[in-house]
Design a protein around this ligand. Structure first.
Ligand SMILES: [Zn+2]
Length: 617
């Protein structure tokens, strides 16, 4: 079956420039047109050999009417009314209100929805004229001829997509947001976690952009660009068709999500997935997690986890907090350390690439959830038979994926995956919640590693402001924050000293070194954006052991945490403490760290520290 535009092309080539509708050649009434639109197209071609000025149109009830095309076709591909492509086989709406509907599709929901959309947007819609499909094709041939700018517009929109993506890559954006409403379209980039306004277009330009992205993408959730409903699709780097967009270098794919806005506009988010070489340079395979922001102690834990046989390593955190990036660095190191002798399978949906020497197993390009689900399950089954040493599984999201992950882990494979818990210690509970048996969850040989991370905006070293100046410039709120930094640092330093184990922490605190604590300068400088440049990871990572897991199994979470963090236990460090270390080192502004990680010290702790050390000088 031909698409609408192919049909139009054929029709256009076959004849001149008709301006009026032409009826089917048959003199007999044709109430039910044939189902095959190609056949109708052919009829239309024959019929339009001679082009009369106006035409009698045979109606279903054997009456005839004279139909003259005039004015704009609102439902044309470049018309003001965005309708599904396939709806153009069934109906056409003119600005005069002339409403042509294929007689055999008078009850089609698609036709009804086009009429409703038109009315909602304030367009005149007359009583429908039920006609044969060739008349509708004629209407669009007429519209196409009357609007020579259509093809130019499409190319302009296409150029705009390429230019916008190029700019986004150049600026290191992760997302491009376009909100098209109230006569204008606002373009924002998300860079280092914050939105920045990039451009303002007219709403027409915005609507064209949204529609053009849709028509150039693949795996669309609906067959048409109907932004009255949420839609999803992908742009991928392996552009093949002439209509596909070639993505900028370094970008693997762009995931697109459209949603309608309640005030009549539409909104598009485009998320860019970069390849590893783009993010870390050509030598990224030599990088390790310290370059992302892990401490030297954490680096040793990661190394130990890389070397340990079998079992799961679960990296958690909210979305967009860099956990897949961390996983990629870990896996690249593992592949380099073993000189690529291992069979590493990467199963992700959508695939993101970036592990050198790994086999990236393609998942469904479809954005339909049930189809993807099916493909994913199929791939998991295959993976068990592919003799892997290491499997990176995009996410453990349900019992099915968890069972698959543990089956691999039980058979001695290293399994790396991501989860959505908010702290490393909460990982086993999450696995229990999705239905995994406790004898599996609390086996430290099966769940070997649990990590969690957040991304913090890095301070610009060129324009940062010392905390003393910040208190003077920004006022009492900043002073309160500095008090919490001091108390948090004092308590952390006291509790992480081996000599203090077993003593009340309150009695061990000493004045922390705050000489490198800086705040971001909201004015920024030429090297940064509002005092921040780039991002750094604040992570917590645990290599499990029998004691920790049995404490967690017995619901003794506080004791488990104390054991993990004690210098006499696993000597771990929390994300919050890593954030404090980064504040102490002048890498992160205290307000940014508290925003992502929570407050540094509670009232009780503030009191304890200030009783001991006196008020903040
Ligand atoms: Zn700066």
């Amino acid at each position: 079956m031909l698409s609408f535009s192919e049909l139009l092309d054929k029709t256009r080539k076959a004849k001149g420039k008709p301006t009026v509708a032409t009826p089917p050649p048959s003199k007999k009434v044709a109430p039910a047109p044939p189902k095959d639109p190609l056949k109708n197209g052919a009829n239309a071609q024959q019929a339009s050999a001679e082009i009369p000025k106006a035409e009698k149109v045979q109606l279903e009830d054997e009456r005839t009417l004279v139909l003259l095309f005039r004015g704009k076709v609102l439902t044309a591909p470049n018309g003001v009314l965005k309708i599904p492509d396939e709806a153009r086989n069934l109906c056409a709406l003119f600005e005069s209100g002339l409403w042509l509907v294929s007689a055999s599709h008078r009850r089609s929901p698609l036709v009804t929805s086009v009429a409703q959309a038109a009315k909602r947007q304030g367009f005149k819609v007359d009583e429908p004229r039920y006609v044969t499909p060739n008349i509708i094709i004629q209407a669009y041939v007429y519209a196409d001829r009357n609007n020579d700018s259509a093809h130019y517009d499409m190319n302009a929109a296409r150029r705009r997509i390429v230019a916008t993506l190029d700019k986004a890559v150049q600026m290191g954006a992760n997302d491009v947001h376009i909100e098209s409403v109230n006569g204008r379209a606002v373009v924002q980039f998300r860079i280092d976690g914050s939105l920045r306004q990039q451009d303002v277009w007219t709403q027409t330009e915005g609507d064209q952009f949204l529609a053009a992205v849709y028509s150039h993408s693949r795996g669309q959730s609906g067959s048409t660009a109907n932004f009255q409903e949420p839609q999803a699709a992908m742009l991928t780097s392996d552009a093949r068709g002439k209509d596909e967009i070639t993505l900028p270098k370094g970008v693997i794919s762009v995931r697109c999500q459209w949603v309608p806005l309640s005030n009549g506009g539409a909104y598009l988010d485009m998320r860019l997935s970069y390849d590893s070489a783009h993010l870390w340079g050509e030598n990224f395979i030599m990088a390790d997690v310290d370059s992302l922001g892990f401490s030297q102690e954490q680096l040793r834990v990661v190394q130990s986890l890389r070397a340990a046989p079998g079992g799961l390593r679960i990296f958690s955190g909210p979305v967009n907090q860099g956990k897949t990036t961390t996983l990629r660095v870990v896996l690249n190191r593992r592949m380099a350390e073993t000189e690529m002798r291992l069979n590493c399978l990467v199963i992700e949906d959508p695939p993101e690439g970036g592990v050198v020497g790994a086999r990236q197993i393609g998942c469904s390009a479809s954005v339909k959830d049930d189809q993807r689900e099916k493909t994913f399950v199929e791939i998991m089954r295959c993976a068990l038979r592919l003799d892997p040493d290491i499997v990176m599984l995009g996410e453990v999201r349900d019992l099915q994926t968890a069972q698959f992950a543990f089956r691999l882990a039980l058979t001695g494979r290293q399994v790396y995956t991501t989860g959505h818990v908010y702290s490393a210690l909460a990982t086993p509970k999450r696995l229990r919640d999705i239905g995994v048996e406790p004898y599996i969850v609390y086996d430290h040989n099966l769940v070997r590693g649990m990590a969690c991370q957040r991304l913090l905006r890095s301070l610009c070293p060129h324009c940062r402001i010392s905390w003393n100046d910040a208190i003077r410039d920004f006022g009492p709120g900043t002073r309160e924050l500095v008090r919490r930094v001091r108390a948090g640092l004092a308590i952390m330093e006291a509790s992480r000293k081996k000599a203090n184990v077993g003593r009340p922490i309150k009695e061990c605190v000493v004045e922390p070194d705050m000489s490198h604590v800086y705040f971001a300068n909201p004015e920024g400088c030429s090297e940064c954006y509002r005092g921040r440049a780039g991002r750094t990871v604040a992570a917590e990572i645990i290599e499990t052991d029998a004691k920790l897991m049995s404490l967690l199994q017995d619901n003794r979470e506080d004791e488990a945490a104390a054991y993990w963090l004690s210098p006499a236990g696993l000597n771990g460090i929390t994300m919050l403490q890593r954030g404090l270390e980064k504040v102490r080192a002048g890498e992160v502004s205290p307000d940014d760290a508290e925003f992502e990680l929570g407050i540094f010290a509670r009232d009780r702790e503030l009191q304890d520290v200030e009783e001991r050390l006196g008020p903040l000088p």
